[in-house]
Design a protein around this ligand. Structure first.
Ligand SMILES: [Zn+2]
Ligand SMILES: [Zn+2]
Length: 144
C-alpha cells in the first residue's frame, strides 16, 4: 500500500480533470453488456475507489450523468463525450476507468459478469458468472 499516491485523470479533451488517491478497493475486468455498450469496447477495465479518494479538480460543471439503471451513475464529459467514471451508489464506490488514469498501474484481480463475455481471457484470475456475493451477486465462478 503506497499511501499518498495521487494519479491524475482526464476526459478525452482534457476539460474535465480529476485525480484518485491511495489504492482502489478492487480492480478487474467487467464483461457485461452495459459496460460493453457504454465503453464501445469488448471489456471494461475498472478500478473501484471510495468516494473520498476521487476528486474532480477542473470542469465539474461539464460532467454529465446517464442512468440506465439506478445502480450506475455513468459520468462523461459534455464537451467531448469521453467517459470518466461511474458511481455505484449502492456500493459507495466509484469505478474510475483504468484507461483514463494512465499513470495508475492497473492490475486486474478479478473478472465479473463473465457469463456475458465476448472476449474470453485466459489469465488464471477468478471469473465470476455475475458478481461476488459481498457485492450482491451469486458468487458463482466459471472455469476458463
Ligand atoms: Zn472532454
Ligand atoms: Zn459491467
Amino acid at each position: 500500500m503506497e499511501k499518498g499516491s495521487i494519479y491524475e485523470g482526464s476526459c478525452f479533451c482534457g476539460a474535465v480533470q480529476f485525480n484518485v488517491s491511495g489504492e482502489p478497493a478492487v480492480m478487474g475486468y467487467c464483461h457485461c453488456d452495459s459496460c460493453r455498450h457504454w465503453s464501445a469496447a469488448p471489456v471494461n477495465a475498472f478500478s473501484l475507489w471510495k468516494h473520498d479518494a476521487v476528486r474532480v479538480t477542473r470542469g465539474a460543471d461539464l460532467i454529465g450523468t446517464y442512468n440506465k439503471t439506478p445502480r450506475s451513475n455513468r459520468k462523461f464529459c459534455k464537451t467531448c463525450g469521453g467517459h470518466v467514471f461511474n458511481e455505484h451508489p449502492g456500493w459507495g464506490l466509484i469505478d474510475v476507468y483504468a484507461a483514463v488514469i494512465p499513470t495508475f498501474k492497473f492490475k486486474a484481480g478479478v473478472h465479473v459478469n463473465y457469463q456475458e463475455t465476448v472476449l474470453p481471457m485466459h489469465d488464471s484470475l477468478p471469473k465470476f458468472k455475475d458478481i461476488p456475493t459481498e457485492m450482491g451477486g451469486s458468487g458463482a465462478t466459471i472455469a476458463e
